[in-house]
Design a protein around this ligand. Structure first.
Ligand SMILES: *Cc1c(COP(=O)(O)O)cnc(C)c1O
Length: 374
C-alpha cells in the first residue's frame, strides 16, 4: 500500500484502544459487576484464579500488581536481613526492590548476548555464603533457559523467585514462565501482553504451603475460609479487573499468535540489516515459546534512529529509561560494572508490537528502518 508519510501516526502503545476496541462489552461487564456491588474477592476473582491455574498448571493468587506479588513471594519465603539475591540488571526496578524492601540485598549481574536475559555464568560467579536466591526475569515475553538456572539453584540450595511480569503464556520446555522455582509473579499492567484497565497481577507457585502463605499475606493474614492465621496486608486484585481479564483471557491465544506474527514480520524484513541485532525469532516446537511482550533490538546509531522514526510518526521506547538496575546512581550500586548490560543500554530500542498495529503500519516501520540504514 502506498502511504503518505505525513498522515502516519503509530504510537508505541495505543492505551485508549485497549478499551475502545471492545467498548460495549466492557461497559456491560462494568455495569453488571457494579450493579451487583461485587467489588472485592467475588466470584470473578475465583474464576480468574481458576482459569489462570489451569492455563499455567500451577496454584494462583490474584494480587494487586506484580510488584506486590514479587514482594509477597520473598515475604512468604522469609527473606532475612543481609540475605543476597542475584537478579539480572536488565529488569524493572521492581525485581530488585522486592528483595531490598524485604531486607535483602539485590545483586544485579550481567546478561547473556543471545537473548539479553540473565547469564547463568554471571549467576555462578556472584554466589557467596550470603546468597540465598536467584531471581530470573523472563523479559520481553521470553522464558529464560531454566536448565542451568535450576541446576545452579539445586546445587547451592537457593530459592528461585521468577519475575514473569512480561511473560504470561511463554514457556520453556513446555512449562509456563513463573512455575519453575518457588514462586513467580505475572503483571496485567495495561501495556502488558494481557492488559487490564489499571493495576493487577498474580502469583504462581507449585508449592502448597507457599500458596497458603501468599494467600494469607495478600488478605490481612486470612486464609481462604476467612480465618486469621498470621499478620498480613492488602494486596488483593480488584474484582472488576479480574472480570475484565477473564473476558480478555478467552481470546488470549489469538493475541499470542498475532504478537508472534508481528515478531516474525520484523524478523523477516530486518534480519539482513547489519546495524541491527534482533531478538530470537518465533520457532515452532522449540525449547522456548515466546509471547513477545516487547520487540527489543540493538541498533547502531540508536538515538539517531529513534529521532528519525519519531520524525516519521513512529513511536519507540527505550526500556527502563535506558539504564540497568545497577546504573541508577542513587540506589547504591556504584562499584558494580556490567559491560554487556551497559553496552546493551547504549543500543537498545523497542519497536511497536501490540494488538492495535496494522500490517500496513508494520510495513511502513520496516521501510523507514531500512531507509535509515541504507
Ligand atoms: C511490569 C513489570 C513489573 C511490575 O509489574 P506491575 O504489575 O506494574 O507491578 C515487574 N517486572 C517486570 C519485568 C515488568 O515488566
Amino acid at each position: 500500500m502506498l502511504v503518505n508519510d505525513e498522515f502516519m501516526k503509530i504510537p508505541f502503545f495505543n492505551y485508549p484502544d485497549l478499551y475502545l476496541s471492545e467498548k460495549d462489552t466492557f461497559l456491560k461487564i462494568f455495569d453488571e459487576i457494579c450493579s451487583r456491588g461485587a467489588f472485592i474477592l467475588q466470584k470473578e476473582v475465583d474464576e480468574f484464579e481458576k482459569k489462570l491455574s489451569e492455563y499455567s498448571n500451577s496454584k494462583v493468587v490474584g494480587v494487586a500488581n506484580a510488584t506486590d506479588g514479587l514482594e509477597l513471594c520473598w515475604m512468604a519465603l522469609s527473606l532475612r536481613p543481609g540475605d543476597e539475591v542475584i537478579c539480572s540488571s536488565h529488569t524493572m526496578l521492581a525485581t530488585a526492590s522486592s528483595i531490598k524492601l524485604n531486607g535483602g540485598i539485590p545483586v544485579p549481574v550481567d546478561i547473556n548476548e543471545n537473548d539479553f536475559l540473565i547469564d547463568p555464568k554471571s549467576i555462578e560467579n556472584a554466589i557467596n555464603s550470603r546468597t540465598v536466591g536467584i531471581m530470573p526475569t523472563h523479559l520481553n515475553g521470553r522464558t529464560c533457559n531454566m536448565d542451568p538456572i535450576m541446576k545452579i539453584a539445586k546445587e547451592h540450595k537457593l530459592f528461585v523467585v521468577e519475575d514473569a511480569a512480561q511473560a504470561l503464556g511463554s514457556t520453556f520446555r513446555g512449562r509456563h514462565s513463573g512455575t519453575f522455582g518457588n514462586c513467580g509473579a505475572i503483571s496485567f499492567y495495561p501495556a502488558k501482553v494481557l492488559g487490564s484497565f489499571g493495576d493487577a497481577g498474580a502469583v504462581l507457585t507449585n508449592d502448597q504451603s507457599t500458596y497458603e502463605r501468599i494467600y494469607q499475606l495478600h488478605d490481612h493474614g486470612r486464609n481462604i475460609e476467612g480465618e486469621v492465621i498470621s499478620w498480613g496486608r492488602n494486596s488483593r486484585i480488584d474484582n472488576l479487573q479480574a472480570a475484565f481479564i477473564n473476558h480478555k483471557f478467552r481470546k488470549y491465544s489469538e493475541v499470542i499468535s498475532r504478537r508472534r506474527e508481528i515478531a516474525n514480520y520484523y524478523h523477516k524484513n530486518l534480519c539482513h540489516v547489519r546495524s541491527l541485532q534482533l531478538p530470537p525469532p518465533p520457532v515452532e516446537n522449540g525449547l522456548h515459546f515466546d509471547v513477545y511482550q516487547n520487540y527489543e533490538v540493538l541498533a547502531e546509531k540508536r538515538d539517531d534512529l529513534k529521532d528519525y522514526l519519531s520524525e516519521h510518526g513512529i513511536g519507540t521506547l527505550i526500556q527502563w529509561g535506558g539504564k540497568g538496575v545497577h546504573q541508577w546512581e542513587r540506589l547504591g550500586f556504584n562499584s558494580i560494572i556490567l559491560p554487556k548490560t551497559e553496552n546493551f543500554f547504549n543500543k537498545c530500542i523497542m519497536l511497536p508490537i501490540n494488538m492495535s498495529i496494522k500490517d500496513f503500519e508494520l510495513d511502513y516501520i520496516c521501510q523507514k528502518i531500512l531507509k535509515f540504514y541504507s
